[in-house]
Design a protein. Structure first.
Ligand code: IMP
Length: 430
């Protein structure tokens, strides 16, 4: 029995989907524990490409169980669409292999409306959210006026909760944000049929996890977003509204911390960020553009171009500490092929000091300048290589330096989008 957690170490989009998909081979159960459909995991299986936003990537393996934990915020219209699309493409999705926590909170149409209207009102000061209603849904959860999956299953409770919530929201829409209000009847029309669609999938995920552990099963916890988008530990306020750090597995799925063995941190071989917020190693020149094009750095959820830059070891070291990383998985290493010189940021220069962890004060972080080490690049393609020792010496040097700086061993290296383009050094399940 093993519990392995996969988290993003940067600002999301590190290529977690592929690593989760690979590790799923060794797992019996795959669980999502935070975030919502602001995530987008692209999986490439032979000629097929799948983009999943809510359903754990493990769904492509028919015999695995996929669970959506209580910490996830669920847009049921999106979930239904995802289930039906997968079924249309011949992937088995049923209550036999997919379950959703009765305690998960629902993203309601008014959450999306609020997210978009607030962002529009903020103008230049906007966060650059995905517009999926994530923040407003978590706000309602904490304000104790949220609507959980279990509430939807009782039409009377659901109708009352929608009515109460909309009284406040419509006031804000009309008087503060000056956008159209929402009629509760319209919501009931859409959601009551959705309740019947989702009912067979609804369960107590914490109990399912406990039963799996008692049955000696392997469990994989699939993080969404990245450590530096964490509401507590990220570059606040340019963050998401959940906790993508590994500790969030416990409250987001209902499992105790003593059950977790390994935490794998996914590291993209360079850095990207989508949306606004500080990004010390951002490259606004041709190198940044080249990384974006070669790496296909466009959001899987919103299609927005991602900002690109050099690898930032300050970001990674903070992630190693915040998540208790036991392994690193380096992805998209092939994208760096052809760069004559490759830089790694080892600290931030701020006034007369060199900072080695991210400052909490946004203004300080914005004033930081990266301190770089420069490494020789490699020109040869590496997609076909399957052993670390067969990589060009300069590639090996780069990897070794990452391990030295972050003080966590690299267990997995991805050199291309296909499942096969992977160097599997150390299995976190073993
Ligand atoms: P929200 O999660 O939609 O509220 O967006 C808050 C911030 O997190 C924005 O900068 C988004 O671009 C960013 N974000 C949210 N989800 C992801 C993700 O899955 N990958 C990368 N960035 C994300």
């Amino acid at each position: 029995m093993s519990c392995v957690v996969v988290v993003g170490t940067q600002w999301g989009d590190e290529g977690k989907g592929k690593v989760v998909d690979l590790l799923t081979r060794h797992a019996d159960v795959v669980v999502r524990f935070q975030g919502g459909n602001n995530a987008g995991h692209t999986l490439v299986v032979g000629p097929d490409k799948f983009i999943l936003h809510l359903i754990p990537s493990g769904i492509l393996h028919a015999e695995k169980k996929c669970l959506i934990g209580n910490g996830v915020v669920v847009d049921l219209e999106v979930l239904q669409k995802e289930i039906l699309t997968l079924q249309d493409r011949g992937i088995a999705v049923s209550p036999k292999n997919l379950a959703i926590s009765e305690k998960a909170h629902l993203i309601m149409p008014y959450h999306k409306h609020l997210d978009l209207a607030r962002e529009a009102q903020k103008g230049k000061a906007s966060i650059g959210t995905t517009g999926r209603g994530i923040g407003p849904c978590y706000e309602d959860k904490v304000a104790r006026i949220g609507i959980r999956v279990i509430d939807l299953l009782d039409p009377k409770v659901f109708a009352e909760k929608v009515e109460t919530s909309l009284k406040e929201k419509n006031f804000i829409f009309e008087h503060l944000l000056k956008v159209p209000t929402i009629d509760p009847k319209e919501i009931l029309k859409v959601y009551l049929p959705l309740a019947e669609f989702i009912r067979p999938y609804v369960t107590d995920v914490s109990i399912m996890i406990d039963q799996a552990l008692t049955g000696n099963k392997n469990i994989l916890f699939e993080g969404a977003q990245g450590t530096h988008l964490d509401i507590d530990h990220g570059t606040y306020p340019f963050v998401t509204s959940s906790n993508p750090v590994a500790g969030s597995v416990c409250h987001g799925s209902g499992v105790g911390p003593t059950k977790i063995q390994s935490v794998v941190g996914i590291v993209k071989a360079y850095t990207t960020r989508v949306g606004a917020g500080p990004f010390p190693t951002e490259l606004t020149d041709e190198t940044g553009l080249a990384l974006r094009e070669k790496g296909g750095e466009y959001g899987a959820t919103t299609g927005r171009p991602r900002r690109c830059g050099w690898l930032d070891a300050v970001v990674l070291k903070d992630s190693a500490r915040l998540n208790g990383l036991t392994h690193l998985a380096v992805t998209k290493l092939d994208v760096l092929s052809g760069q004559k010189k490759i830089k790694i940021c080892t600290g931030y220069s701020y006034n007369t000091q060199t900072l080695t962890s991210m400052p909490a004060q946004l203004k300080t972080l914005e004033a930081c300048r990266p301190v770089y080490e420069e490494w020789e690049g490699w020109s040869e393609p590496i997609e076909g290589i399957r052993k670390r020792e067969n990589l060009p010496q300069t590639t090996q040097n780069y990897l070794k330096r990452i391990e030295e700086l972050v003080k966590v061993p690299i267990g997995i290296i991805s050199v291309g989008p296909d499942r096969e383009a992977t160097l599997f050094q150390d299995n976190p399940f073993s």
